[in-house]
Design a protein around this ligand. Structure first.
Ligand code: ATP
Ligand code: MG
Length: 423
């Protein structure tokens, strides 16, 4: 394990920052996720540096710095074109609201800093110049045993910060680890604290879980621990079989957040509920709208005998750019719910793709007549009748795309007008 650390590929600017602080006599380490990942032989997403130097000492030690979160002790050092986050060793005062500490204090000792961290595997520090690993809570042993275990008492740590249980399950899913029994048992006991956490933070963890290689297991663990019922009761309260199918379908779906959320919800809620869930979890409006649309249209297995004009209406509803996501949602669902229907589904997908490739007119701006042309043909100014006429023409070309020529549409429009005025 130590060999993995010694052989890790650490970017030169990060090493330079560590060397400079060390030269000034400060204690300095890589900490958190990057140490965990290096021990696992996974290249870290980012390298976080922790030091005994005070923020103003860090600022003075480098030419170019950005005081990112100076009150929390974080300074971004711009070194060799890259940004390196350097945070002063910290300890935290009591948590009074289940969300954030009442105070933070700067510390001289790395162990103090590590002891405020969430899990043993995230509470290791490594100095690559001295090849010095600080692992006071058995992080290496837990990595080897593939266990997520709180630093110290799980009940206390989960009562301090209600997000931690969600992070525990997220890390279990992302890493394919299990929860240590004490850590797991502390989750149901501290759900009241979890309820206070901002849903935006919950959503960030949920997103990482859903996009992990073990999303299915992660969702099951969320359900078993009672976390899911707090932010997704619609899924948590589904029948066991419906919930199982939804989880398996998520696992079968491609790694895309909109697809995976839609697959999770498609057979449990309707369009409006899906949109409400998306907004409740503070997904961007665009994401909530797309998830709702995918949930509404997901059941392609009900459309095997649809006519081309009905499928073009579906394309118009979904929008061509979203077609690949719709097909992915349908495939994942059918794969777990009715695999024998996959060949029929694939035929339908091919039909939809062929219809889309023909670039049929799907929205008013695809019509061969502009709004101005329509007004001229009807000899009217701007009025509600123009909207009605546009809808009529859209309806006509969705049935018969070949009608979409200026001449053809003018004739249809005149016939439509005479029929109306005659009536
Ligand atoms: P990832 O690879 O997903 O970014 P990470 O371990 O870097 O994983 P972050 O959320 O970026 O996770 O947090 C960085 C480090 O900060 C963690 O490794 C952990 O030591 C500490 N940490 C983050 N959130 C908490 C928390 N809620 N309570 C205690 N420590 C935390
Ligand atoms: Mg990180």
């Amino acid at each position: 394990m130590l060999a993995n650390l010694h052989n890790a590929d650490i970017p030169q600017p990060v090493l330079d920052v560590i060397a400079r602080l060390r030269e000034l006599g400060h204690a300095v380490y890589l900490v958190g996720g990057c140490v965990r990942d290096m021990v696992r032989k996974v290249h870290p997403k980012d390298f976080d540096v922790a030091t005994s130097a005070l923020p103003e000492e860090v600022q003075r030690a480098f030419r170019k710095v950005i005081p990112t979160g100076i009150q929390h002790g974080t300074v971004t050092v711009v070194q060799g074109g890259t940004h390196v986050e350097v945070t002063t060793f910290r300890s935290e005062g009591d948590y009074l609201d289940g969300r954030r500490p009442s105070s933070v204090a700067f510390e001289r000792d790395i162990v103090k800093d590590l002891s405020r961290r969430d899990f043993t595997i995230n509470a290791m520090a490594y100095n690559p110049l001295d090849r010095d690993l600080a692992d006071p809570f058995g992080g290496q042993t837990d990595l080897q045993a593939q266990l997520i275990r709180c630093v110290g008492s799980a009940l206390e740590r989960f009562s301090e910060d209600g997000l931690r249980p969600m992070r525990a399950v997220r890390f279990a899913a992302v890493l394919g680890f299990s929860l240590d029994p004490d850590t797991r048992d502390a989750i149901p006991a501290t759900l009241a604290v979890f309820r206070k956490v901002a849903l935006e933070r919950v959503r960030e963890e949920l997103t990482k879980l859903l996009l992990s290689p073990r999303a299915e297991g992660g969702l099951l663990l969320l359900a078993e621990t009672g976390l899911l019922d707090v932010f997704l009761p619609e899924v948590a309260r589904a029948t066991p079989e419906a919930a199982r199918l939804a989880r398996a379908a998520v696992q079968a779906a491609p790694n895309d957040i909109e697809i995976r959320v839609a697959v999770l919800l498609a057979d449990l809620v309707d369009r409006a509920q899906a949109r409400d869930i998306g907004l409740r979890l503070k997904f961007p409006n665009k994401v909530a709208d797309l998830v709702a649309l995918l949930v509404e249209t997901a059941k392609l297995e009900e459309r095997f005998s649809d006519t081309d004009s009905s499928l073009r209406r579906l394309l118009a509803r979904v929008g061509l750019p979203q077609l690949p996501q719709l097909l992915a949602v349908a495939r994942a669902r059918v794969q777990v719910r009715a695999p024998e229907r996959l060949p029929d589904l694939e035929r339908l997908c091919a039909r939809l793709e062929a219809l889309a490739a023909a670039k049929p007119p799907l929205v008013p701006k695809d019509l061969a007549l502009t709004g101005g042309d329509i007004m001229a043909t009807l000899a009217v100014g701007p009025s509600p009748i123009v909207g009605e006429a546009t809808r009529f023409l859209m309806d006509s070309v969705l049935d018969e795309p070949a009608l979409n020529t200026a001449e053809g549409l003018k004739q249809r429009l005149q016939a439509w007008q005479s029929a109306r005025t005659g009536a």
